[in-house]
Design a protein around this ligand. Structure first.
Ligand code: F6P
Length: 355
């Protein structure tokens, strides 16, 4: 059985552990297993690039961040567009056949899964594995890479807190997550943030300022965890591209700099912002992600052995299972503003800037 693996979209911790687990499982359990890596995500498949994956390539990568295969972003909306007489989708299908693949593992996020579903519809045997620090893939309780990002972001807020207390400042910490606020919510709770701002709950600066003033009075400082995709209640009715236009005019990409300025004015306290950015995606995967990635990779290889294609592996109620790609592609798992995690946070006085 000839199996291809690619890693696509933004990288995260645990990708290499998945590759390793697929390799180890295949070696022991699949007859005539041959593994090839496709470098640079779907870009490599479009160009028809591949390289053999041998035991020595993957046996020692369990604790390595990033992806040994490299990755890229290939916009889903361009996949079926015809350029020079053919589309990227068509080229990928042709190269799948040219490479003689019996199946393809696609390790990626929501966008990767949409393209994987397209490849399936064109007759390729695809098995997805859900990665992303955003934890927003529909149909799985958790994605690998998320927990490591939570650990990193939590440690960063712990560090920010001591300097916030020393200077009696309002500190904004911007955390990744454009559509979904899982990473900010989990980190904010773990790090004891006073305010948590999420894309799913539009906020008003006046409400955040009220909570910040209360925190300043009670303990002398305030921590605001801001998801990068957070939106002001006043801009929520507008389309994303219109919001982006206004921000670009101001030379900003997220709401954080604007909020820092306004909070400084409204509270009278010194206000600073820290953007965690790619620190959350890089580095050594935590033990939870290594174990999760390994189990998801082993399970994906087992599905290949059983000939179950057109699926993506998932965690449901603590068990590893799978979903049909057609059922989950194009959907997102977002934070429920009325759900238990937000309810807990509100019950202990954490503000979401909407009160
Ligand atoms: O992979 C998810 C993610 O880290 C998001 O949280 C973030 O919005 C985005 O990727 C950043 O993408 P890029 O790597 O293209 O800058």
């Amino acid at each position: 059985m000839k199996m291809g693996i690619l890693t696509s979209g933004g990288d995260c911790s645990g990708l290499n552990a998945v590759i390793r687990a697929i390799g180890l499982y295949a070696e022991r359990n699949i007859k005539n297993a041959e593994l090839i890596g496709i470098p640079g995500g779907y870009g490599g498949l479009i160009r028809g690039e591949s390289e053999p994956l041998r035991r020595s390539d993957f046996e020692d990568i369990l604790d390595r961040g990033g992806t040994i295969l490299g990755t890229s972003r290939q916009p889903f909306k361009l996949m079926a567009v015809v350029e020079n007489g053919t589309s990227r989708l068509r080229r990928m299908c042709e190269n799948y056949k040219k490479m003689g693949l019996d199946c393809l593992f696609t390790l990626g996020g929501a966008g990767t899964h949409k393209t994987a579903a397209l490849l399936c519809a064109e007759g390729c045997n695809v098995i997805g594995v859900p990665k992303t620090i955003d934890n927003d893939i529909y149909g799985t309780d958790v994605t690998f890479g998320f927990q490591t990002a939570v650990e990193v972001a939590t440690e960063c807020i712990d560090r920010v807190r001591t300097t916030a207390a020393s200077h009696r400042r309002v500190m904004l910490v911007e955390i990744m997550g454009n559509k979904a606020g899982w990473l900010t919510l989990q980190t904010g709770i773990a790090a004891g943030a006073d305010v948590i701002l999420l894309p799913e709950i539009p906020f008003s600066p006046e409400s955040v300022a009220k909570s910040a003033k209360a925190a300043l009075e009670e303990k002398g400082y305030c921590i605001v965890a801001v998801a990068e995709g957070s939106v002001l209640a006043s801009e929520a009715p507008f389309k994303k591209k219109d919001r982006a236009f206004v921000r670009t005019e101001r030379g900003e990409t997220t709401v954080t700099p604007h909020l820092a300025e306004v909070l400084g004015e409204l509270t009278g306290a010194e206000t600073r912002a820290t953007v965690l950015g790619y620190l959350q995606r890089g580095g050594v995967p935590c033990a939870y992600d290594r174990a999760l990635s390994s189990r998801l990779g082993g399970y994906a290889a087992k599905l290949a052995k059983e000939g179950r294609f057109g699926v993506t592996v998932a965690v449901s109620g603590g068990n590893i299972t799978f979903n049909a790609l057609v059922d989950i592609a194009g959907k997102y798992k977002l934070v429920d503003p009325a759900g238990p995690a937000v309810a807990y946070a509100r019950s202990v006085g954490i503000s979401f800037g909407d009160e």
